[in-house]
Design a protein around this ligand. Structure first.
Ligand SMILES: NC(=O)C1=CN([C@@H]2O[C@H](COP(=O)(O)OP(=O)(O)OC[C@H]3O[C@@H](n4cnc5c(N)ncnc54)[C@H](OP(=O)(O)O)[C@@H]3O)[C@@H](O)[C@H]2O)C=CC1
Ligand SMILES: O=C(O)CCC(=O)C(=O)O
Length: 457
């Protein structure tokens, strides 16, 4: 994987054509644009293997990389969407480059004693992508698949997402490559505290404000808050998604999901449809189906009591590998990135895809799905409810005044509805799909703020 994704993105520094670094350069296409001018799969396959040490893995689809087949590198995919938006907006190329390159990339080693006394080392990342519109904002992920390119892509997505939501933030994202399920609570606490010790002077209330993401939760935020406060004094606004007892906001826990609900309502209303008439697939809770509907209360209760959905009698279990391509009207991927790609896009039966997860579909899938007439509500709008209520939490902490839950939810609805309208207007202006509508909305706001702040050193 690329240690420095921005370096990997700088195609000027390489003898290879731009197309070689783009995700559309599938192997045969890359062959055609290669110096050997030999559109031969096997020769290029060999050549790519030999060049492994020169080219940066993950950016150039090195054979053997899990990014080669099907799943596109997250940073390449995100940057490609950004570049399409920059083109639609007619951005100056220097401004475009400046918006793409992250403000700061942090990589730290985190070693902790495990409960059995042995040592375990992990790598933690925080990529601070852009702060033109305000403090950088974004979650911290604990997951075994965390890699620098993906953290970089997620940080970039946060920049456009906060701009789409029109909240006064930039974008950042962090992560530690670990399997949280295999660590005890005390090991997770030590890991979180060591990570915080390594980054505490680079985050802050007006600099960079972390929050939960996959594998982290309010308890993780409480540890970060406590560790940070040892260095800087008690500072609840330094993280959001905290437990309510430490200044967390009512409604933050459910905010991402509630935002997805408002987003789905807006989209379906646009097509003269409503939620109650649709059949849904929601990824991220386990693979069961019931054509008559699932009793969510019972499922939640079963899951809490049994640590998962296994044994739930209100539905039949299905194969996780065919889950996304089951028959339905609305598909909501709500777990990992890259799950909808050129390998399965053709088999998707849904008419609408609501991206609750970050970057669940890549540009190759977008192209296939658009030809099939599938409408995709993009992540940087669809899942922006989480960071929007994080903003409300930060505001409450700074004001020292707590809002009631009805106010939080009502404000969230106002923000989600407003962003939907803004995104649709951009679709009209630029004659584009919803993904580009959201990207042009976000990128344009960040570009304007950047230019207004000026370039004086
Ligand atoms: N938290 C937030 O506020 C926001 C999160 N997001 C995005 O939403 C997505 C989910 O994040 P979040 O809800 O915080 O994460 P959580 O860790 O709370 O939940 C993730 C869920 O996904 C399941 N899961 C993990 N791996 C897979 C897999 N390979 N296939 C199917 N399901 C899987 C997990 O199951 P199990 O526990 O069994 O592993 C878990 O139930 C991410 O893409 C995140 O970036 C977006 C905006 C805001
Ligand atoms: O709540 C936040 O600050 C960030 C949430 C997040 O990581 C996301 O929207 O992807």
């Amino acid at each position: 994987m690329a240690d420095s994704p921005t370096q990997a993105l700088d195609a000027d520094a390489s003898p290879f054509p731009d197309s070689f670094y783009t995700p559309s350069a599938s192997l045969p296409e890359a062959c055609a644009s290669f110096p050997c001018h030999q559109p031969d799969w096997n020769r290029c396959h060999f050549f790519l293997s030999v060049m492994h040490s020169y080219l940066v893995a993950g950016q150039c689809f090195v054979p053997g990389s899990d990014r080669f087949w099907g799943k596109m590198n997250a940073l390449v995919a995100t940057s490609r969407n950004f570049k399409r938006a920059a083109k639609l907006l007619g951005l100056d190329s220097k401004l475009e480059k400046s918006l793409l390159i992250p403000f700061r990339e942090i990589k730290v080693e985190c070693t902790i004693p495990k409960d059995d006394g042995t040592l375990a080392s992990f790598v933690g990342f925080r990529v601070q992508h852009d702060n033109a519109r305000g403090p950088m904002k974004g979650g911290i992920r604990f997951h075994h698949e965390v890699d620098p390119d993906e953290v970089n892509a997620l940080a970039q997505l946060m920049t456009w997402k906060t701009a789409v939501a029109n909240i006064p933030y930039g974008g950042a994202k962090g992560g530690i490559g670990c399997s949280p399920g295999e660590l005890s609570v005390s090991e997770l606490e030590r890991l979180t505290r060591v990570f915080t010790q390594k980054i505490h002077d680079l985050i802050g209330i007006h600099t960079d404000v972390p929050a939960p993401d996959m594998g982290t939760n309010p308890q993780t935020m409480a540890w970060i808050l406590d560790e940070y406060s040892k260095f800087h004094g008690y500072s609840p606004a330094v993280v959001t998604g905290k437990p309510i007892d430490l200044g967390g906001s009512l409604g933050r826990d459910a905010a991402t999901g509630r935002g997805v609900l408002f987003a789905t309502e807006s989209l379906l209303a646009d097509y003269g449809k409503s939620i109650k008439d649709q059949r849904f697939i929601i990824q991220g809770f386990g693979a069961i189906k019931n054509p008559k509907g699932i009793d969510i209360e019972k499922l939640l209760q079963h899951s809490a009591e049994n640590h998962g959905i296994k044994g739930f009698n209100g539905g039949e279990s299905i194969n996780p590998s065919s889950f996304l391509t089951e028959d339905c009207d609305v598909l909501i991927p709500a777990a990992l990135g890259g799950v909808i790609n050129r390998e399965n896009a053709n088999d998707i039966k849904a008419k609408f895809i609501i991206e609750a997860a970050n970057h669940p579909s890549d540009p190759e899938a977008d192209e296939i799905l658009s030809k099939k007439g599938v409408v995709i509500l993009p992540d940087i709008y669809a899942n922006s409810g989480g960071v929007t209520v994080s903003y409300f939490e930060w505001v409450q902490n700074i004001q020292g005044f707590m809002w009631d839950e009805d106010k939080v939810n009502a404000e969230l609805k106002t923000y989600m509805t407003r962003s939907f309208k803004g995104m649709k207007e951009m679709c009209k202006t630029h004659n584009c799909d919803l993904r580009m509508g959201a990207f042009t909305l976000g990128v344009n706001r960040v570009a304007r703020a950047t230019v207004l702040r000026g370039w004086e050193a």
